[in-house]
Design a protein around this ligand. Structure first.
Ligand code: ZN
Length: 298
C-alpha cells in the first residue's frame, strides 16, 4: 500500500516558543502568552549576582566517642574562633533573604570598594546542640545564620534517618527554640518534611514534602519560608523545578565552590569541620583562598 506523505504546513518558527512565553493552543502563533510553567522555569534558572561564601555546618558540640561522621561536628570553641576569624576579615554575614537586597550585592562606590565579602552561615538538620551551643555564639556577636530543620522531626529525640549513613540517634530543636532563634534574627529554611533523597521521591510525594515543610515552618516562625537545603545534597532538574514551583527562591546543595553567577536553586557550600587541632589550619587555608578570590573579582 502506498502511503502518501503529507508535508507539514506547521511553521517551523512555532515549534520553539520565545523565552518566557508558551503557545497556549491551536490559535494563531500571535497568541504566545506568559504561562505559569515558563515563569517557574525562568525563576529556577535565576542566578546570584555577585559572590556569596556559604558555610555548611551540622552539629555544634564536642565530638561524641561514637560519632559515625566526624566531619559533621564543630566544637563550640572552634565555632566561636571561626566566627571571630571571619569577623576580623570584615566579612558581611547575611541570610538568604538579604542576599539579593538592594545595595547588598554590588560594591558601593561611596563607602565600600570593593564590597565586603558576603558569608552565609548554615546549619542542616535543625539539631538541638546548635540551639544550645552555636546560638549563644551567634547571638553574642549579632551574626545572623540559617537553619534547615527536618520539619517533621522538630522537637523529637532519638531520631534515626533510614537513608542516612550515620545511624546514631539525633535530637532536634523544639518549636519554642526555633521561635526564640527566629526572633533573634536566625532565618529558617526547609530540609523537607522527612530526611529523604529528593530525587528518589515520587513527584506527588516531593510536592507534599516541599509544601508541608514550608507551611509548618512558616506557622512556627511567623515568617515566609524562602530557602531549602536538599537532604544529602541530592537533587535533579525535576527537583529544582518542583522546588521553584513550591515558591522557594534559594536552595543549597553539598557541592563545594564559588557562587558567582550560580543558579539560586543550586547554591554551593563549604563544609566546615572543627574538632581536631588540624581543622583551624584547614579553615584558615580554605577561607583565605576563598576570600582572596571573592575580593579579587568583586
Ligand atoms: Zn541533613
Amino acid at each position: 500500500m502506498r502511503v502518501r506523505r503529507r508535508r507539514s504546513t506547521w511553521p517551523a518558527a512555532v515549534v520553539t516558543p520565545p523565552p518566557g512565553l508558551h503557545y497556549t493552543g491551536l490559535e494563531k502563533p500571535a497568541s504566545w502568552q506568559t504561562c505559569n510553567g515558563c515563569r517557574v522555569i525562568q525563576e529556577a534558572s535565576q542566578k546570584l549576582s555577585g559572590e556569596a561564601i556559604i558555610l555548611m555546618y551540622h552539629h555544634c558540640a564536642r565530638l561524641p566517642p561514637d560519632a559515625a561522621i566526624r566531619g559533621l561536628y564543630v566544637t563550640p570553641r572552634q565555632f566561636a574562633w571561626q566566627m571571630d576569624w571571619l569577623t576580623r576579615r570584615n566579612v558581611r554575614f547575611c541570610t538568604f533573604n538579604d542576599l539579593q537586597g538592594p545595595g547588598n550585592d554590588l560594591p558601593d562606590a561611596a563607602t565600600e570598594v570593593p564590597a565586603r565579602p558576603r558569608v552565609v552561615v548554615t546549619f542542616d538538620d535543625g539539631l538541638r546542640d546548635v540551639y544550645e551551643n552555636a546560638f549563644p555564639v551567634l547571638a553574642e556577636r549579632h551574626i545572623p545564620a540559617v537553619v534547615f530543620p527536618v520539619v517533621g522531626d522538630i522537637g523529637k529525640s532519638g531520631v534515626v534517618w533510614n537513608e542516612n549513613k550515620d545511624k546514631s540517634p539525633q535530637s532536634l530543636m523544639s518549636e519554642a527554640q526555633i521561635r526564640e532563634m527566629a526572633a533573634a534574627g536566625t532565618e529558617f529554611g526547609s530540609h523537607l518534611w522527612e530526611h529523604r533523597n529528593a530525587s528518589r521521591l515520587a513527584p506527588a510525594e516531593l510536592r507534599e514534602q516541599l509544601a508541608r515543610s514550608r507551611d509548618e515552618l512558616a506557622r512556627i516562625t511567623g515568617r515566609e519560608i524562602t530557602s531549602i537545603a536538599y537532604p544529602y545534597g541530592d537533587y535533579s532538574a525535576d527537583v529544582v523545578a518542583e522546588t521553584a514551583r513550591a515558591g522557594y527562591r534559594y536552595a543549597v546543595t553539598t557541592k563545594q565552590g564559588s557562587n558567582r553567577g550560580a543558579p539560586l536553586l543550586e547554591l554551593r557550600r563549604y563544609a566546615i569541620k572543627g574538632v581536631s587541632l588540624l581543622h583551624p589550619l584547614r579553615f584558615i587555608r580554605t577561607m583565605r583562598r576563598v576570600l582572596a578570590a571573592a575580593s579579587s573579582t568583586a
